[in-house]
Design a protein around this ligand. Structure first.
Ligand SMILES: CC(C)(COP(=O)(O)OP(=O)(O)OC[C@H]1O[C@@H](n2cnc3c(N)ncnc32)[C@H](O)[C@@H]1OP(=O)(O)O)[C@@H](O)C(=O)NCCC(=O)NCCSC(=O)CC(=O)O
Length: 481
């Protein structure tokens, strides 16, 4: 069966090449006849016309072909151990703040924490270590400067580019947006050039990092060669500690952890490590339930927080389905697309012939298009939903689960921590293809494809001090109970 599958894939995916080889074989069996036919049609006029036409077509194709976009380098914020928030500390703090949360809420939060897939080493900002938490503007600014500057320092330290080489800057952070915005804070810190184009995205949830990649791609494809874009993706938590008792609003306290990532994208392949492939964005905000799925609001007591719907994982699953309806045809090999088309046709024929029962549509095997998957580490429920929906193995989702375990839900930067995991494990090879999937408030689902040009030369990065301990066995309670 496996052999049959492999033969089917080789034949369908290389159909044109095989057909051309067959035609060539037939023609070459009678070389005299072929030469005579060619002589009959080729005159100097024919040859000149063909050459001019070919040159014209080649020029048109070159002009229409979009400029390539590359990931030159990326860097992530690596929190120091002093920011750790082990369960025991969370429990102790919750008990020491009885005026903030009641016993039932404490018990619920701890239960969720234990089952969330987060480990004991995830980190929270300084503000959360105070009792009561310091939700001031000053605390948010301190956290912003720490995580953003660390990530940007890291990406510059790893690449040959300097702040003077940056032409466009995109910063995304959903919940906290000060004035002046983070984009200006980065310009100020790194003394970027006055003509730098800077953009700040806010309120776009955990999907905003890949939204930024899509925006950078669009800009780079129409910019002069050698244009460089710096993207910074983060979530600033300090002001967001929820102090009420509503379960759906307590969940973010349990899941979100500090983090940030920076990427340099360019339309020059010089020194690039990944080539950017397809980028597909799906926005399902037109559906009321999707729009309210991740919602910032006040509870009945006036405490501000983010309400996460119980249906979030299911909503993510539906958004992913719509997303892959557009993304799949762009990335899947012909063999998988043919199987989808056949099952679709079967279903239609069955419907038309009035037969009862439904033909299940073939679920394409995305492992034929990608070697690696970076699924937003939104929570155990989110990763479970995507793994199940795409039919992925435990190995395929290891980077996501381990990132959730070590760093928590770091929002839009999580997919970069996952890429760093794969590289730190030495699993990324030249030519490997990566699929990044993110979800976020809106509701948004984004897919981005990359192809590795040059794997990381070392395992330095956010995993440097712990990669030898990963993958860890996840406690059963967090999987099946
Ligand atoms: C939180 C979980 C780990 C809990 O998993 P469990 O296996 O324990 O089972 P479970 O789902 O039945 O939940 C256990 C208990 O928590 C309650 N519960 C779960 N989710 C809840 C919610 N959103 N609101 C209120 N209660 C909730 C259940 O009712 C149940 O209560 P009882 O036991 O009383 O019946 C999982 O549900 C999960 O990962 N959910 C998705 C988390 C999520 O929304 N992540 C996305 C973050 S937003 C994001 O990343 C994007 C963005 O911000 O833009």
């Amino acid at each position: 069966m496996l052999l049959l599958k492999a033969v089917y894939r080789v034949v369908v995916n290389n159909f044109l090449a095989l057909a051309a080889a067959a035609v060539a074989a037939v023609l070459l069996r009678r070389p005299d006849e072929l030469a005579a036919r060619l002589r009959a049609v080729s005159s100097p006029l024919h040859a000149a016309t063909a050459a001019v036409l070919a040159a014209g077509v080649a020029r048109l194709v070159r002009a229409r072909r979009a400029r390539g976009v590359y990931l030159v380098e990326y860097g992530c914020f690596r929190p120091r151990p002093c920011y750790r928030a082990p369960f025991a500390t969370c429990l102790e703090h919750a008990h020491l703040m009885p005026y903030l949360v009641d016993e039932e809420s404490v018990a619920f939060a701890i239960r969720l924490l234990e089952r969330s897939g987060l480990g004991d080493e995830t980190c929270v900002p300084d503000a959360y270590h105070y009792m009561p938490p310091d939700r001031s503007l000053r605390a948010s600014r301190d956290e912003s400067e720490l995580v953003i500057f660390s990530a940007v320092d890291d990406v510059f330290a790893r690449s040959a580019l300097t702040p003077a080489d940056i032409d466009v800057l995109i910063v995304n952070c959903s919940i906290f947006t000060p004035t002046p915005v983070f984009a200006d804070m980065v310009v100020n810190r790194y003394k970027l050039r006055a003509e730098v184009q800077n953009v700040n995205l806010s309120g776009m949830g955990c999907s905003a990092g890949l939204v930024s990649v899509g925006l950078a791609k669009n800009l780079l494809q129409v910019s002069p060669p050698g244009t460089n874009v710096l993207i910074v993706s983060t979530e600033i938590l300090s002001s967001q500690y929820y102090v009420g008792t509503e379960r759906a609003m307590l969940l973010p306290n349990c899941l979100f952890r500090m983090g940030a990532a920076a990427m340099i994208l360019s339309n020059s392949p010089d020194h690039a490590r990944f080539r950017l492939g397809r980028v597909v964005r799906t926005v399902t905000a037109a559906r009321d339930s999707d729009y309210r799925c991740v919602f910032q609001e006040e509870d009945e007591q006036g405490n501000t927080g983010i309400r996460l719907s119980k249906d979030l994982a299911t909503t993510a699953g539906h958004a992913l389905k719509s997303n892959i309806a557009a993304f799949g045809p762009l990335v899947l090999p012909a063999s998988e697309q043919l199987l989808v088309a056949i099952s679709f046709l079967k279903r239609k024929l069955k419907q038309l012939s009035g037969h009862a029962g439904k033909v299940r549509l073939y679920r394409p095997d995305f492992r034929t298009a990608f070697e690696h998957f970076c699924i937003h580490a939104g929570g155990r429920g989110v990763i479970d939903e995507v793994q199940h929906g795409l039919g992925l193995s435990d190995d395929d989702v290891e980077a996501s689960r381990m990132t959730l375990h070590r760093f928590g839900n770091t929002s839009s930067s999580s997919v970069l921590y996952e890429l760093a995991y794969l590289e730190a494990k030495g699993r990324m090879k030249r030519g490997d293809r990566v699929w990044m999937i993110s979800f976020g408030a809106g509701f948004d689902c984004n897919s981005v494809a990359w192809e590795c040009i040059k794997p990381a030369p070392d395992a330095d990065g956010p995993w440097v001090d712990c990669i030898h301990r990963y993958p860890v066995q996840l406690p059963e309670i967090a999987k099946d109970v």
